[in-house]
Design a protein around this ligand. Structure first.
Ligand code: DPP
Ligand code: ZN
Length: 874
């Protein structure tokens, strides 16, 4: 298979300036007639062939300016359509193809989901609809006519504004949509189906009234209200925070139930995985509500960062994704709690991006090569991409960052551009040099920042020695130092911030920010009256692993006194992590150490200054996967699991009385509302339940059962169920059975049930999952169901996936081989669970290698799966 390199980028010799599409959608197939107005680029030589992409299309006619082409003038093959000698002037290429949406199980291009015709074109799905220059730097205006059966598809939607509709005879009707904003083909969308809807409107700051609608399966309309509310708040926020108004007259969202992504930002017609639209208290959790709000915002924000300004090529994917994730993170921070959002995002970064960055699939936020671009919609491109933008904002300050963003919108509106152009606007707006900063986009691997401190009482100086190291990653054996913003504070013995009179050394220090630009540097503060406790990397100001050897006492001091809530949380995590990794290594913890942590946890719970949501996050220990990564090699997941549980018992066992009292005190009879306060209260209460059960408190397992039955919303019910299941209490099987029948008709709740089942760290889990999969009624083509079951197992059940006998590995590779034939994207995603294999102990490593090798030798695989597999075994 061919590798595509960034260095080979060349603009297309032909442009497409406008497109007219005519869809005739019928039950048996769909006919697509395309009229592309094509122009040669100024320097294109006569005789340069026009090479259009095409995939799985049946060509029925091709003409230029109305004249059918002779057979010798073109070639249609499995990769596309080549016109050998197109005219060297503007012309109209007209093609007609037949496609079969009914048979499209890859869910790329035009396909059917529960009877609804819908599209997914990013990144390379449009070529499965018609022959086209399917690359993001070809921007055209679109006029789309859809003709379809009135009975099966009373709703006909495409990008832009509706300009015409009417009867087409023979039980058919039509609609015409026009999108005046030039766009790449990946933003094309079409929906035809029998759908319900809710409507609303939004008036922009400049007084334009936008018609809003959310379309969904009939009967689900009442579950779309939260999404609509989130949309309007997103529109207002982007005006306030970035000065960006919506541009078309209408904004439509459609919820479909078979979707590879979470959602898609098609111009004016966002298509969503229904799990990111539907919410009602009985079936959606607080986390679902927050996710819906976040993704609605994310896709809406793409209208400016992604659509109005798009990517020149797919190597630049994080130009739109990293930036838009940063924007949606800021939205959530402004709408909810900034500290809680930051902590949650860092938890995600550490559980999803760090393992990617430290394993066989590591790649830079801007990769320079790929075999299959679908495999680069990753935590690195999205989450690390957002961290890079966040560091930029930290380095430039709020005003400087906004100035740069303003210039970005002004300078590049209507363009397909690059990371370099993005960085350039900040250089120009703020008069800074970002050449070194750019390295963040180019180098893979999580940097390790090692810090040591020394205090000279006589001289009253305090020195920090900083060193950064970036580990080798595939294809990048050596690394350059990065420009690292380190937010910090020094804390005095009484817990209040300390000041200093001067600062000198090899790193820039301004206010509360150290900027480390070299591999090593020292910073010395003068006029420091007492030895401070350093609080470094406040707000997690850079996506690095901080190695700061503080005593447990100092860490617990930070947990009590740091003015930065992130670092208060971090300090408790660090203490737990140190105890857990030491114990896995055979070094038992001392009673005193555990008692001190236990006391700090108790104080955190009792603190009147901290809110519930923060406490819920603080009263936890790092996940097994994180402990495993901290150990770094020869990991035995069973041992990690056991030690982590012992730690929870040792720390929280003595607090059982307090946890129980707090749990009771947090009960509320108020009706469910997805507001931050109620959310925090539920999060803490459910956290306490998990700790009580996890620490083996007397009667706690029964308490979980009672909580499950008493729950009056999905948040509480699912939390109780998950707690019972993950500790496999005596009642767990019965609760799982109850949950299944109670919500038998709701597929999104079925996903929750599948995930809980798949995450159970108990030896019987695989047999149960096999049973679920063997049910002839199991929806084998729905990405949500498949991911909930097998994605959870492979990525979130370390002890059972990485069983010593290799059965978990084989279960996953056999599943991947089968699903790969239906939906390669889902198969490849599940396979990424293997990225942990290099850090496992030798026996498990061998089992993993054997399973992967068997998959490789087992028959033909999609490019998606072959690419992941190849990198995994390299
Ligand atoms: N739909 C995906 C997202 O918004 C890909 N663009 O991130
Ligand atoms: Zn996105």
């Amino acid at each position: 298979e061919q590798t595509i390199y960034l260095k080979d980028y060349a603009p297309s010799p032909y442009r497409i300036v406008s497109v007219e599409l005519d869809f005739r959608i019928l039950e048996e197939n769909t006919r697509v007639r395309a009229q592309l107005t094509v122009e040669p680029a100024p320097d294109t030589a006569a005789g340069t062939p026009l090479v259009l992409d095409g995939d799985d299309l049946k060509l029925t006619s091709v003409a230029i300016d109305g004249l059918p082409l002779m057979l010798s003038a073109y070639l249609a093959d499995e990769k596309g359509l080549t016109v050998f000698e197109p005219p060297l002037r503007r012309f109209v290429l007209e093609t007609e193809v037949v496609i079969e949406p009914e048979k499209n199980t890859r869910l790329m291009g035009l396909y059917r989901s529960s009877g609804t015709w819908c599209t997914q074109c990013e990144p390379e799905g449009f070529r499965r609809i018609t022959y086209y220059l399917d690359r993001p730097d070809v921007l055209a205006t679109f006029r789309v006519r859809i003709t379809a059966p009135l009975a099966a598809a009373p709703v006909l939607l495409a990008n832009g504004n509706l300009v015409d509709r009417g009867d087409a005879g023979d039980g058919l009707h039509y609609a015409v949509w026009e999108d005046p904003f030039p766009k790449p083909a990946y933003l094309f969308a079409l929906v035809a189906g029998d759908l319900g809807s809710i409507t609303d409107s939004y008036t922009t700051g400049s007084g334009r009234k936008i018609a809003l609608a959310i379309y969904c399966a009939h009967g689900k309309e009442e579950q779309c209200g939260w999404a609509m509310d989130s949309l309007k708040r997103s529109m207002a926020w982007d005006e306030r925070r970035f000065g960006r108004e919506y541009d078309l007259d209408m904004f439509n969202i459609v919820a479909v139930n078979d979707f590879n992504f979470g959602a898609m930002e098609n111009k004016g017609l966002n298509i969503f995985n229904d799990k990111l639209v539907f919410a009602e208290p009985q079936s959606a959790t607080d986390a679902d509500y927050e996710n819906i709000e976040r993704v609605i915002a994310h896709e809406y924000f793409h209208n400016w960062t992604g659509n109005r300004i798009t990517c020149r090529d797919w190597f630049q994917l994080c130009l739109k994704e990293g930036l838009t994730v940063y924007r949606d993170q800021e939205f959530t921070s402004d709408e909810r709690s900034r500290a809680v959002k930051r902590i949650s995002d860092v938890v995600t970064l550490r559980s999803a991006q760090f393992p990617e960055d430290g394993g066989p699939l590591a790649h830079p936020a801007r990769p320079d090569q790929y075999r299959e671009i679908n495999n680069f919609y990753t935590a690195t491109v999205y989450e690390k991409g957002a961290e890079i933008v966040r560091m930029l904002a930290t380095l430039l300050g709020e005003a400087g960052f906004r100035k740069g963003m303003d210039l970005y919108f002004e300078r590049h509106d209507g363009e397909a551009t690059t990371i370099e152009a993005f960085l350039n606007v900040f250089e120009d707006a703020c008069s800074v040099d970002l050449e070194q900063f750019k390295t963040w986009y180019l180098q893979a691997g999580t940097p390790r920042l090692s810090v040591s401190e020394s205090y000279n009482a006589a001289a009253q100086t305090y020195t920090l020695k900083l060193r950064q190291e970036i580990p080798p990653t595939p294809g990048q054996p050596t690394k350059e130092p990065l420009a690292m913003p380190i937010r910090f504070g020094l804390i005095g013995p009484n817990g209040s911030p300390m000041s200093w009179t001067g600062v000198s050394g090899g790193a820039k220090v301004e206010d509360d920010l150290i900027v480390l630009e070299s591999a090593e540097a020292e910073v010395t503060f003068t006029g420091v009256a007492n030895k401070p406790v350093p609080s470094l990397l406040r707000e997690f100001s850079a996506p690095v692993i901080l190695d700061l050897p503080l005593s447990q006492e100092d860490r617990l001091f930070l947990a009590r006194h740091d003015s930065d809530p992130f670092n208060r949380w971090q300090a408790l995590q660090d203490v737990s992590l140190a105890l857990a990794t030491a114990a896995v290594g055979g070094q038992a913890w001392s009673d005193g150490d555990v008692a001190a942590l236990s006391e700090a946890m108790g104080d955190t719970l009792a603190s009147p200054d901290l809110d519930d949501a923060f406490k819920a996050l603080a009263l936890s220990v790092p996940a097994e996967a994180q402990i495993a990564r901290a150990i770094g090699k020869d990991v035995d997941p069973d041992r990690v699991h056991t030690v982590r549980n012992e730690l929870i018992a040792a720390v929280f066992g003595p607090l059982a009385g307090k946890l129980r009292t707090a749990h009771e005190g947090l009960q509320s009879d108020a009706p469910y509302a997805p507001d931050p306060a109620g959310n925090g209260r539920r999060a803490l209460r459910n956290r306490l339940l998990a700790l009580l059960v996890g620490s083996g408190a007397e009667g706690a397992a029964t308490m979980a059962t009672a909580c499950y039955h008493e729950a009056r919303n999905m948040t509480d019910r699912l939390a109780a169920l998950a707690t019972a299941a993950s500790h496999w209490t005596a009642d767990a099987p019965a609760l799982l059975a109850d949950f299944r029948t109670r919500f038998a008709t709701d597929p999104l709740v079925f996903d929750k049930w599948l995930s809980v089942n798949a995450g159970v760290p108990e030896a019987g889990v695989m047999e149960r999952l096999r049973g679920i999969l063997a049910d002839p009624g199991f929806p084998r083509t729905n990405p949500n169901r498949l991911r909930a079951l097998m994605g959870t197992f492979a990525l979130n059940n370390p002890t059972q996936f990485a069983r010593a006998d290799g059965a978990g590995f084989r279960f996953v590779t056999e599943f991947v081989a089968e699903v790969d034939k239906v939906n390669p994207q889902v198969a490849a995603r599940v396979l990424t669970g293997f990225r942990i294999w290099p850090i496992l102990e030798a026996g498990r490593r061998e089992e993993a290698r054997a399973a992967l090798t068997a998959l490789q030798n087992g028959g033909e695989l999609s490019r998606n799966t072959a690419d992941i597999l190849g990198r995994m075994l390299a």
